[in-house]
Design a protein around this ligand. Structure first.
Ligand code: PAF
Length: 275
């Protein structure tokens, strides 16, 4: 991959990179479509990164189907699929990790210790290997986006991070590879997450600026669904991820994580973005 990427640079091709863990869905395809529009060459990586899974998480059973993913990608005119084996990324004696301070302790970081260290490390390795001009990430993983932007800036990567809006199922449920684990009933009920976020947005549009009150609106709506178990509801500054008390003119991320049975889902909306 590194030597192909070197050749692409010599040929002055604009390289777009979409990192994934496979189990591709419409959300990934939206990233790939945008990459296809913006770049000469599109590279998609498929690597289920062990370093970002906790010991009690779903690494072993994470959905993997390289053949189905590769078939899907041929329709999107992807130029290269980079699907390394684990030892190609984490060679023997691997001991260098990337840790982004400040942005990674809260929200997902608090619930999934070590997760963002794994993400930051693998993204650094992939960026170093490919050195893309543009890399595409989905806004569903809003905290991941914040940390990738920070590490790109801090480590001096010449990659521009392009963030693509959340793609939703008809019910409003945000697309995610983990939706595949939901039973039909859980899947139907999980749409309460987006309904709750929308209620907060409507309240905001109607003038509510108190973050606790907006969080309470989200909480009450999610709790109206008996099988939903809230992990967190948070209103934080969109860039620093610091908690906010009142909403002024800056972007505020309303982020939630909710469990349906053993399946933990995340979603978010942004206030103050004119949407
Ligand atoms: O968002 C994901 O799928 C993963 O966290 C990523 C960015 C591919 C790193 O493994």
């Amino acid at each position: 991959m590194a030597s192909i990427a070197r050749k692409l640079r010599r040929d002055t091709k604009t390289v777009g990179f979409v990192p994934t863990m496979g189990a591709l869905h419409e959300g990934h395809l939206a990233l790939i479509k945008e990459a296809r529009k913006m770049c000469d060459v599109v590279i998609v990586s498929i690597f289920v990164n062990p370093a970002q899974f906790g010991a009690d998480e779903d690494f072993e059973k994470y959905p993997r189907d390289l053949t189905a993913d590769a078939c899907l990608l041929t329709e999107y005119e992807v130029d290269y699929i980079f699907a390394p084996e684990t030892p190609e990324i984490y060679g023997e004696g691997f001991s260098t990790y990337v840790y982004v301070e400040g942005l990674t302790e809260t929200l997902e970081g608090a619930s999934r210790p070590g997760h963002f260290r794994g993400v930051a490390t693998v993204v650094t390795i992939l960026f170093n290997t490919i050195r893309p001009d543009f890399a595409f990430f989905g806004r569903k993983d809003a905290q991941q986006v914040a940390l990738i932007k920070r590490l790109t800036r801090d480590l001096g990567f010449e990659t521009e991070i392009v963030v693509i809006p959340i793609v939703r199922e008809e019910s409003g449920l945000a697309m995610s590879s983990r939706n595949a684990y939901l039973t039909p009933e859980q899947r139907k009920k999980a749409s309460v997450m987006y309904e709750a976020l929308r209620e907060a947005k409507i309240a905001f549009k109607n003038g509510e600026r108190n973050a606790s009150k907006l969080a309470e609106i989200v909480r009450q709506k999610v709790e109206s669904e008996p099988i939903a178990r809230i992990d967190y509801v948070a209103l934080v500054n969109g860039a620093s991820l610091e908690p906010v008390e009142r909403i002024d003119d800056s972007e505020v991320l309303v982020a939630i994580a909710v469990r349906f049975g053993n399946i933990r889902l995340i979603d978010n909306i942004i206030l103050n973005r004119g949407q």
